[in-house]
Design a protein around this ligand. Structure first.
Ligand code: CMP
Length: 138
C-alpha cells in the first residue's frame, strides 16, 4: 500500500482564491501535508512535468494553462494515498466528477480542472521529486 501521492493546486484554483478551501478538504480527508510550496511554473518546466503528454493534441494548451499563474505543489501522506486522493479529486473532466469531489466543486473544464493527482505510486515519487529535494520532504 502506498503512503504518498503528489498534488498541484492549479492556476485556475489559485486565481479564484480556492487554495485554502482545497487544502482544507485535503486535510479533512485524512491526508498529512509532508511538503508544500507555491510557485509559478515556466512554460519549459510545465512541459517537462507533463512530458508524457507531449504528443497529445491538448499539450500546448496544457502547458500554456499551467504556466499562466501560480500553483501550490504538495506531497501528501495517507494509507492508500494515490487511490484515495484520486477519489477525493474526482474524474479529470469535472462534468463526470462525483458530487462532493474537489473537481466537481472547483473545476470549470477538463483543461482547467483545479487540481492534479498522481496516477500511480511510481509517478507520485517522480512528481514529488520534480518539485522537492529530499531535504524538503518531511
Ligand atoms: P492532470 O490530472 O493534471 O493530468 C493531465 C492533464 O491534462 C489533465 O489533468 C487535464 O488538465 C489535461 N487534459 C487531459 N485531457 C485533456 C483534454 N482533452 N483537453 C485539455 N486538457 C486535457
Amino acid at each position: 500500500m502506498s503512503k504518498r501521492t503528489f498534488t498541484m493546486i492549479k492556476p485556475d484554483a489559485t486565481a479564484k482564491g480556492n487554495t485554502g478551501a482545497i487544502l482544507s478538504m485535503i486535510n479533512a480527508a485524512g491526508f498529512r501535508i509532508v511538503a508544500m510550496k507555491m510557485l509559478h511554473l515556466s512554460a519549459e518546466k510545465a512541459g517537462e512535468f507533463y512530458g508524457v503528454h507531449r504528443e497529445r493534441p491538448f499539450f500546448g494548451e496544457l502547458v500554456e494553462f499551467m504556466s499562466q499563474g501560480p500553483i501550490t505543489a504538495a506531497i501528501l501522506e495517507k494509507d492508500n494515498a494515490v487511490e484515495d486522493f484520486r477519489k477525493l479529486i474526482g474524474a479529470t473532466n469535472p462534468a463526470q466528477a462525483a458530487e462532493g469531489t474537489i473537481r466537481k466543486l472547483y473545476a470549470a473544464s477538463i483543461g482547467e480542472n483545479a487540481v492534479h493527482g498522481s496516477d500511480s505510486n511510481e509517478n507520485a515519487l517522480i512528481e514529488g521529486d520534480f518539485f522537492f529535494s529530499k531535504l524538503e520532504q518531511f
